[in-house]
Write a protein that binds this ligand. Structure first.
Ligand code: TXA
Ligand code: MG
Length: 304
């Protein structure tokens, strides 16, 4: 793939919007670091973020929206969350809040969680792209997995050149570190990631007690899950792939982008099925398949 670098002009924004609406990820500057943005309502577009980054696992992603009103259409804001939003948005603060189920956000964005990370960015390029696409944009930092976050278009080109169609060049980013993340789900506000904004919130230490309603780090189905299943045994709901049809299929044609895009929806579907157990057909451990298998292995191991 040829990676173009366009200056952030009306023309550049129009081309970036066209690609995003066609399901392609595009690198765009924010005030913190460059993000790799895709339409958060398009699961395959978001799967291509993971494909481009070569990320071996799924993490919930931050969704960027143009203003507080757009954020409140996607998430449920407590008074504390709303106060922080009005104080710091647009700006380098991300709020994790309960996701509205009817918001239209693809399940791969939140990696199956019922909470969502939302941010109103201040950078005019990202703002222009949000307004041009009229879509919420999921965007992790625009670097290959394992390398440092990019603060210039050249960094993105070095890391993801040949893997994404377009980089919007807005010069060096102002802050250079990722946004502060605060969880406003239940109980007091909790600081999940330090960043440019100082917030009064409890540090969310790993030592804190797991309590109902505490933020789960990742979604796993509640039933036992068997991997590499060639067929369903008694009491199993089979998630197929490729030539193994199953009760449902991640991708009948064996397409890993499609499989990643459907993974969390099908895990939820399997969890809600009458069968007491889940089985999943083998998925090749290459490219996006590695991230899919990572999540399936954790889901299988999480139960004891
Ligand atoms: O400055 C930034 O925040 C940049 C720019 C591009 O906006 N974005 C960024 O995104 O750093 P990312 O995907 O690299 O970081 C997302 C972080 C992860 O650590 C993830 O675990 C956390 O946000 N996160 C996202 N959704 C979450 C959720 N529902 N619950 C808990 N943590 C969540
Ligand atoms: Mg990152």
């Amino acid at each position: 793939m040829d990676t173009r670098v366009l200056p952030y002009t009306d023309e550049g924004i129009a081309e970036a919007a066209r690609l995003i609406l066609a399901g392609e990820p595009v690198a765009v500057p924010t005030e913190t670091v460059y993000g790799l943005a895709a339409d958060a309502t398009n699961a395959e577009g978001v799967a291509r973020i993971y494909e481009a980054k070569g990320r071996p696992s799924f993490n919930p992603l931050i969704v960027h929206v143009p203003d507080v009103e757009a954020a409140e259409r996607i998430g449920e804001f407590s008074e504390g969350a709303r106060a922080l939003a009005h104080e710091h948005w647009p700006g380098p603060l991300t709020l994790v809040v309960p996701l509205r189920p009817d918001a239209g956000i693809a399940s791969i964005v939140t990696a199956g969680l019922t909470t969502i990370a939302l941010r109103v960015p201040a950078h005019p390029a990202m703002q222009a792209l949000l307004r041009a696409t009229k879509r919420p944009l999921a965007a992790p930092s625009a670097n290959a997995s394992g390398s440092i976050s990019p603060t210039r278009a050249e960094h993105v080109l070095r890391s993801l050149g040949g893997r994404i169609p377009l980089i919007l060049d807005g010069g060096a980013t102002q802050r250079g570190i990722e946004s502060t993340i605060v969880a406003a789900t239940v109980g007091p506000l909790r600081l999940l990631r330090r960043g440019p904004i100082e917030v009064q919130a409890q540090p969310a230490s790993g030592a804190s007690i797991e309590a109902p309603g505490q933020l789960a780090s990742h979604y796993a189905p509640s039933k036992p899950l068997r991997l590499d299943a060639l067929e369903a045994t008694d009491g199993e709901y089979l998630i197929g792939f490729g030539f193994i049809a199953g009760d449902v299929s991640l991708s009948p044609s064996g397409d890993l982008v499609e499989a990643a895009a459907r993974l969390f929806d099908l895990l939820h579907q399997a969890d809600a099925a009458p069968q007491p157990r889940i089985a999943v057909a083998p998925v090749p451990d290459e490219g996006l398949g590695a991230a899919i298998n990572d999540r399936l292995r954790r889901a299988a191991a999480d139960r004891d």
